[in-house]
Design a protein around this ligand. Structure first.
Ligand code: SF4
Length: 343
C-alpha cells in the first residue's frame, strides 16, 4: 500500500498540536524485517480527541510508542518520517529534551495499570516523584497536588489514599490513579493506550466519562487507542482506522459511523452489538486474519479478506482520497463500498 496521508482538522478547531508525517517503524528480527508502520500520517489539534482504532497487530500501539521514541531498539527502529509536536520534530531532539516532554507536555496511560505502577512504592510517592521531576515544588506542595489530583479523578479520601500501595486499589481505581499521574504535569496531550480494556463494562464507562469531563475541563488533547469502535463513539472527535500498519480511513466520528467507506471499517462496525436493533441479529466477525507483516505486501493489505477485492486491489496499493469533507479513505472501490454494491 502506498504511504497513507490522512489529515483532518479537529472539530474543536484548536491550533495544531501534533503532526505525524509518513512515520515508518520496522522491527529487524531473525526471521526478517517486520513492517509495523508503513508511512502513517495524522494530526491532532489542541483539545481534540483522536481515536486510533484497529485489531491487534494493526500498528496502533507501535504508532504511539514511536511518538515518544519508546520502541525497543534493537529490534525496532523508526526509519522515516517526522513527529512534529508544536512544530518541534521529536525524532531530532536529544534524550534529555525528550524526557522533559515525556510525562510533561505529553503523558501516556497504559492498558494495564499494574504493569505501569510500581507495586512496592506507595501511590503518593509515585505521583509526587513525577510532579517533582517536571515542576519546581517542595515535597509538601507536590504531596498536596497529588492529593488534589486523586480527588479530581474521583478517589474518595484522597489524602489518606496517598499512603496506600497499588494492590490496595481495585482495577478501576488503579486506572484512575494512572490518569491522575498522567495529569500530574498538566499535559497538553494524553495518549491513552487501550486504557479500559482490562476493566469490566461499567467501570469502562466511568473511565470514558472521566476522561471526557477532564478533557472538557482542562482542554487537553487525547489520542485514544482502541480495538473497539463502540467505546470511541462516546469520546472521539475524529477517528483513524488502522490496518496492517496503514491508516485506511479517517473521518469525524459521526461521519465515519454514518458513512463508512472502507470495507474494514464496515467489518469493525458490523462486529459491534447494537442496543437500538429491534431484531436480534448475529454479530458478524471479519473473516480471515490480519496479514503477516514480515516482508513487503503487494497491493491492498486487506485484499485477502475483502469481498470487494478486484485485480487492481491485489496489484496496487490504493492511495488515500477524500470522499467527503474531512473524510478520507484508502480504497480503490470506496464508492461501491459506500453504496453497498459489489464491483
Ligand atoms: S476494495 Fe480493494 S482496495 Fe478496497 S479494501 Fe477491498 S481490497 Fe482493498
Amino acid at each position: 500500500m502506498e504511504t497513507t496521508s490522512l489529515h483532518t482538522t479537529g472539530s474543536k478547531q484548536g491550533k495544531r498540536l501534533l503532526e505525524v508525517r509518513n512515520l515508518e517503524t520496522k522491527f529487524y528480527t531473525a526471521d526478517g524485517v517486520v513492517n509495523a508502520l508503513n508511512g502513517i500520517s495524522y494530526s491532532v489539534d489542541e483539545g481534540e480527541c483522536l481515536a486510533i482504532v484497529g485489531e491487534s497487530g494493526s500498528g496502533k500501539t507501535v504508532g504511539v510508542l514511536s511518538i515518544l521514541r519508546l520502541i525497543q531498539s534493537p529490534p525496532g527502529r523508526i526509519v522515516g518520517g517526522e513527529i512534529l509536536f508544536k512544530g518541534t520534530d521529536l525524532l531530532k531532539i536529544d534524550d534529555k529534551e525528550l524526557r522533559t516532554i515525556r510525562g510533561g507536555a505529553i503523558s501516556v496511560i497504559f492498558q494495564d495499570p499494574m504493569t505501569s505502577l510500581n507495586p512496592v512504592m506507595r501511590v503518593g510517592a509515585q505521583i509526587t516523584e513525577n510532579i517533582r521531576e517536571h515542576e519546581n515544588l517542595t515535597s509538601r506542595q507536590a504531596r498536596q497536588k497529588a492529593a488534589d489530583l486523586l480527588g479530581m479523578v474521583g478517589i474518595p479520601t484522597p489524602a489518606k489514599r496517598l499512603d496506600d500501595y497499588p494492590h490496595q486499589f481495585s482495577g478501576g481505581m488503579r486506572q484512575r490513579v494512572m490518569i491522575a499521574m498522567a495529569l500530574s504535569c498538566s499535559p497538553q496531550l494524553i495518549i491513552a493506550d487501550e486504557p479500559t480494556t482490562a476493566l469490566d463494562v461499567t467501570i469502562q464507562a466511568q473511565i470514558v466519562e472521566l476522561i471526557k469531563s477532564l478533557q472538557a475541563e482542562l482542554g487537553t488533547a487525547v489520542i485514544w487507542i482502541s480495538h473497539d469502535l463502540g467505546v470511541v463513539a462516546r469520546l472521539a472527535d475524529n477517528v483513524a482506522v488502522m490496518y496492517a500498519g496503514h491508516i485506511v480511513e479517517k473521518a469525524p466520528v459521526d461521519e465515519l459511523y454514518a458513512r463508512p467507506a472502507h470495507p474494514y471499517t464496515i467489518g469493525l462496525l458490523n462486529s459491534l452489538p447494537r442496543l437500538d436493533a429491534r431484531i436480534k441479529t448475529k454479530l458478524k466477525a471479519i473473516g480471515g486474519l490480519p496479514p503477516n507483516l514480515l516482508g513487503m505486501l503487494q497491493g491492498c493489505a486487506f485484499a485477502p479478506r475483502c469481498m470487494f477485492a478486484t485485480q487492481i486491489c491485489r496489484e496496487q496499493a490504493p492511495p488515500a482520497i477524500e470522499v467527503a469533507p474531512r473524510h478520507q479513505v484508502a480504497c480503490w472501490h470506496s464508492e461501491l463500498v459506500s453504496a453497498g454494491e459489489r464491483p
